[in-house]
Ligand binder design. Sequence first.
Ligand code: TLP
Length: 350
Amino acid sequence: MRIVDLRSDTVTLPTDEMRRAMYEAELGDDCYGEDPTVNRLEQRSAALLGKEAGLFTVSGTMSNLLAVLTHTRSGDEVILGSESHILWYEVGGSSALGGAVLRTVRNEEDGRLDLRGIEATIRPEDLHYPPTRLLCLENTHNRCGGTVLTAEYTASACELAHRHGLKVHLDGARLFNAAVALGVSAARLAAPVDSVCYCLSKSLSAPVGSVLCGSAEFIERARKKRKMLGGGMRQAGVIAAAGLVALDTMIDRLPVDHVNAKRLATGLSGIPGVSCSPERTVTNIVMFGLPPHVPAGEFIDRLFERGVKLNHPEGPRVRAVTHRMVEAEDVDWALEQMREVVEEFRAGRG
Ligand code: TLP
């Protein structure tokens, strides 16, 4: 049966070249700093993002948690977007394990946080207030549909945060998608932030991992916190090797995913009653709304039976993500299935 999996780019499998590199990887005990492959991945990542040092972690969730744990102390306040991944999908770890007080500013549709909104949320010194210490941004923005933050916006937000004594962490799980879409380097997008992480296991197609980057001093402290969380991984070069191949081979092909996402969005906008903005689809995430007579849960279950996989949405919009294992013909076939299922509901066969 033909399967087109649009649930996430996290479903991508490692390439043959990645598997070969994993088999042949030079290894050592990373807790002694002796895994040459991990060291190479960390140094390479830091150089790509224009930071002094990098730290290989098991996941984006762990990188973000380490950033919060390292930038703040228990009881400090963190400002972040109302739609941010850290708030929605990281099991409340920043609060549960870091004691962070999370305070949200509403995300604009394009993933930005209004600068005046941020400024109004930063607390002045007062006996009653927790100190505001950290601002978190997200680029590309997952729940806002893969939207991008420009280098100029990021610089303005950082200037504001730094003026008030806050640090800035950038959740750049898909930062290379943003860089490719904007035609600027990832280093430029990350230049003004104090820490940034990107993921190897999403659009870059590696099986596992994320890298947190920042100053050498910050990374040294984060390394200790990683150990505390049980994230000291020993011969982690086995997975870092795939990450190095991902950096070599996967960044240049990201525009293909963006073109396919635009193709999907354009097709969806042509299905009667479906709402989708191709012009807002700038990376590999497509958000769309269904006609009122089509219940999302049933729509997704029916597509699943036909071989098109989508996640059940939490809100009114459904998400579809393109990636290395989805070709243009797969997009066209998935669109055909979606058109037919919508038509089934319209014809009362729902
Ligand atoms: N996002 C996943 C799910 O958790 C929703 C997905 O399928 O998109 N930051 C951002 C912006 C992310 O999108 C994700 C993963 C993470 C962090 C966490 O990364 P992992 O899954 O490696 O912990």
